[in-house]
Structure formats: C-alpha cells, structure tokens
Design a binder for this molecule. Sequence first.
Ligand code: SF4
Ligand code: SF4
Length: 447
Amino acid sequence: MSVVQQVAEPLLAPAWKRFSSSAGEHLLVVPHSRLFDLPPDAAARFDEGEAGALALAMTLGQAGLGEDRLDVVPEPAPQSLSLNVSSSCNLACTYCYAGRGSFGSAQIAAMTPEVANAAVDRLLADARRERPVTVGFLGGEPFVNRALVHQVVAYASDAARRRGFDLRFSVTTNGTLLNSADLELVRSNRFAVTVSVDGGEGTHDRQRPSASGRGSFRRLREHIRPLLIEPGKAQVAARVTVTRHDLDLPMLFAELRELGFAEIGFAPLRAVSGRPHRDALRAEDWPVYLDALIRVAKAEIRSATAGMPLVLTNLAVALKQIGAGASSPFPCGAGGGYFSVAADGRWYACHRAVGEPDFELGDNTGLDQAKRRAFLSARHVHAKADCGACWARYLCSGGCHQEAATRSLESCDFVRGWLEFCLATACELPSPSAKAITDHRSGVCQA
Ligand code: SF4
Ligand code: SF4
C-alpha cells in the first residue's frame, strides 16, 4: 500500500481512556486501541494524570513493527465496488438518500451490461490478488434490474476465476421483488444480503411504503421468508433505519427476530444527502437511543454467554474490532479500498454521494489520483477539529463522511457511550466466550 501524505496528530490529543467494568479497572491506549487491565494503584496514577503514567501511555501508543502509522493517508488498491444498477425503486421510503435511485437527476437510466462489465474489469485490473474482492449491487432497488445483476454475477465470477481472485458479492435490497431465480443466485454464490426492514408491520409500513402509498411489510415477509429459512451460501442481515419516532429498539429487535433474521443491525437516521432530515434523531433523542441499544445488547450478552449466537450486529462488530485492536483514521473505505459506480460509469467515493462532484474520483478508465489524495487527506480524522480532542478518534474515526455536517455534541456522546459500554463488555467476557461470540463477519458499511 503506498502512502501519499501525512496529517499530523493534533497537539493535546488524549493518549488514553480510563474505564471500569465489573471485572476491574482498565486502560485503553487510544492509538492502536490497546487494552490493558490495571491494578487499583496503577489506575489511580492514570486518574490523577501523573506524568509517568502519561509517558507510559505515549510509549504504548507507538506503532509496532508491521503496524500502520495513524498519521498517514494510505492509498490502497480498490478491493470493493458497489454498482448502482437501477435508477428506480418500487418503494418510496420517507428517508431515501438515493431519490429512489435517481439521486436527484444524476442517474436517469439503469446501468447497462457494458458499463457494469467495464467496472468489474477495472476492479480486477487494479485490486490486489492476495485479498478478497467484493462486487456489490445497489440502486434504487437492484432487483428492478435483475437481468443485469444475474449477468454481472456470471461475468465477474468467470473473470475472477480466470485471474485467481477470491470474489464475494453483496446486495442491499428492500426484499419485496425477490423471485425464485434471485434466491437461487444469492444462495449459490457468496452473497452478503442486507435487507432494509425497519421493524414490524406498523413501523415498517409507516417508513417504507410502496410507491402507491400502501405498506410493503407483508410483501417483504412473503418474499424474504424462503431465504431466511434456507440461506444457502448467503449471509442475510436486517438493516434497521431508526427514526426519532420509534426508539423502542427492544421491540423492533423482537419483531425482526420473529420474522426470522439471525443478524440485525440498527442505524440511527442522522441525515439525508448530507442534510438534516425531519425524522432524524435530535439532541434529546440520543440518550434514549443509547439506553435502548444497551438494553438490547445486555440481553444479547446474556443469551450469548449461554451459548447462543450474537444477533445484534452493532455489538458483534464492535466486539470484534475491539478484540482485534482495530484503529483507523478513516471510518470506512470510501475513496480508499471502496468505490461506488454510477449507472454512467463514474466512480464515486461512496454510494450515498452519487452525483456529488466532491465525491466523484474517476470512472471506468481509472481514478483521478490527485483528487483522490485531496479527498482522503481532507477526511483524515486528524483533519477534523472536534475529533482531535476525542479519545474515540481511532474507533469512531470521525463518523460517516456523508453525515459529518450533522455531528453534534449529543451524537458524539452517544458514540462514546456506546464504545465505553462495548469496551467494558469486552473486558468482562471470559476469553472463550469472547472468541466464540465475536467470530462474526467483519463490519461493512450499511449506511
Ligand atoms: S465521537 Fe465525535 S468527536 Fe469523537 S471521533 Fe467520533 S465524530 Fe469525532
Ligand atoms: S460510512 Fe458513510 S461515507 Fe463511508 S461508505 Fe458508508 S455511507 Fe459512505
């Protein structure tokens, strides 16, 4: 991986975070997310801000042999693409970021096979063979253009096999159009299937009506049930958009368990197209949301320690990342290892930003490397003023680029509160349980 630029760490950036759990006293060394148990006297020295403790934390936070430095802007090879194959959708969700696939008027026609195949060819020409590559499908609703999805899976599978790549697929779908051929496609290939579903019938129909204004829940249930019963090679997860009108996460979670989902992740609504949305969480909602998420997580931990698999992906991903010492100055792969291709073949840093000039970094003929460097340098967590003083800066990494404008003290308090809960949980879990319950797929952007 080549390094293009450095972004210096802000002065006075906190080097550690002290926290307690039922297992005792602990220390998070912020750079490289190193976790330590502390005897009470050592914990007191950190709490008093003793100079020796600070010096120790600084030393422990140095990059080790083979570890990436946190002040650099890397320029990795693209390994993952999403193809915006459809410019329309059969639903009319109240918070849709994609304008039902048209992205305003930036995407006026569906993607053609020529454009899709050229994007796959570009990915395989530039990606590193020793790491998996992923081709994803987005829209609008991808299965509005099902012929293209099926064609691309065949084309990419053949091209990857010939070139020796480990290829995976992903799709984000509203689930209402899946037919038997689609089910066979995702069952017989390694598909991560993310189903957008917001809870039981009442909540879901309010937030995700069909284009005609009728609810879509019953149709979703009918079409997704066969896949939940028999997923084959597919890994199927529910992705729940939480609005300020329905913060009863334990109830939403129970409704989706009843539907048959074995993986469920919550995403609070913050912004649409980078702007605040009327249904987005407001200052007073964030503590309620945190409390509700922790209540779901505590119930999950009880059942996981009794041997059941973790279902709450927010928790599973956080524990896995903490266990692995995950630490990054970027919140996601946007513009790094990940790009989203519009129907006309332009490459954007992120699927939410199709049509936004700042996020357009190339096309099927190649990337504009100078623009990509500028994009990544400006979004390094060290370049974000508020984040420099935050202990969560290499775990949260500044949050989604698309939602940066809606960051608030309250939303950041939620992030820190959730991470502190997950850190304490990681310290409390006995090692064999921790390994078993965090043996889970790694985090992917579900935004
Ligand atoms: S919690 Fe807020 S201040 Fe801290 S890293 Fe995340 S976005 Fe930045
Ligand atoms: S986290 Fe935000 S910027 Fe990153 S890929 Fe997801 S939606 Fe895009």
